[in-house]
Design a protein around this ligand. Structure first.
Ligand SMILES: NC(=O)c1ccc[n+]([C@@H]2O[C@H](COP(=O)([O-])OP(=O)(O)OC[C@H]3O[C@@H](n4cnc5c(N)ncnc54)[C@H](OP(=O)(O)O)[C@@H]3O)[C@@H](O)[C@H]2O)c1
Length: 232
């Protein structure tokens, strides 16, 4: 089903899941603004098939608030039904926290937790008052589900993201926006690796279904790509 009246802003769409989400929303008839740090040949190729419904904004590193502010100013006057912050990193996955260098711990914390919420804060004025703001988290950010170990610095950064989004939602209490923290599954991207269980198309089809089903529902939900609730 197509809906040409809706517009999404996807942050971090050069490759992997962000690119897949841009493709999904275009396929559903949405207009999409997709951001990248550096030009992306894959996103450009998608744009060439999108009939003018994909706009790409380059030079947007979420760890540089000035670049996010510049984006906000370039998009002034636009009104988005969906802002989705997908950007994230995972390094030193096999290392326990005691051996991950401080700089890397801090980079994960900033890029995965602090910068996504600051980005949403800056860009929120462009989102419809009844619109949706989504974040790509992970089931690894669920304390209740963390029976196993591994990915320690990454897990902690996604726990922090979940908490900061709850705080963001609490600050916005009384507003009608929908906040979503979404887990894409273990997906075959540069981050997920070739052994991952799910392909990008399956994950992003599910994510786009979950997002569209929740449009206008209000509140905050932590869900996987099948729509299943994840315990905090
Ligand atoms: N793949 C999985 O199994 C999995 C599972 C759970 C959660 N996730 C989450 O899903 C999201 C996307 O992951 P992915 O698997 O698609 O990873 P990916 O293939 O490594 O892609 C990561 C994306 O994030 C962008 N990015 C990274 N740091 C950024 C920054 N500082 N500013 C702006 N963009 C930045 C990258 O841009 P560049 O091309 O410029 O580097 C790229 O577009 C992440 O938040 C990740 O934590 C993934």
């Amino acid at each position: 089903m197509s809906d040409t009246s809706k517009t999404a802003l996807i942050i971090g769409a050069s490759r992997g899941l962000g690119l897949g989400l841009a493709q999904q929303f275009l396929a559903r008839g949405w207009n999409v603004v997709a951001t990248v740090r550096q030009p992306s040949a894959e996103l450009d190729a998608l744009g060439a098939t999108a009939g003018g419904r994909l706009r790409t904004e380059s030079g947007v590193d979420i760890d540089h608030p000035d670049q996010v502010l510049d984006l906000c100013q370039r998009l002034a006057g636009a009104r988005f039904d969906l802002l989705f912050v997908n950007a994230g990193v995972n390094t030193r996955a096999g290392d326990t926290i005691d051996v991950v260098p401080d700089a890397e711990v801090l980079r994960l914390y900033m890029t995965n937790a602090v910068s996504p919420v600051r980005t949403a804060e800056t860009l929120a004025e462009l989102v419809d008052p009844a619109g949706t703001i989504g974040f790509m988290t992970s089931i690894l950010g669920s304390i209740a589900s963390a029976a196993g170990g591994g990915h320690e610095a990454y897990r902690a950064s996604k726990v922090a993201l979940n908490m900061l989004v709850r705080c963001f939602g609490a600050r916005a209490a009384g507003k009608d926006r929908t906040l979503l923290l979404l887990h894409p599954g273990w997906v075959r991207t540069d981050m997920g690796g070739p052994q991952a269980a799910v392909d990008v198309e399956t994950s992003t089809t599910g994510l786009a279904d979950v997002i569209t089903a929740r449009l206008g529902s209000g509140g905050l939900a932590y869900l996987d790509y099948t729509g299943k609730e994840i315990p905090w």
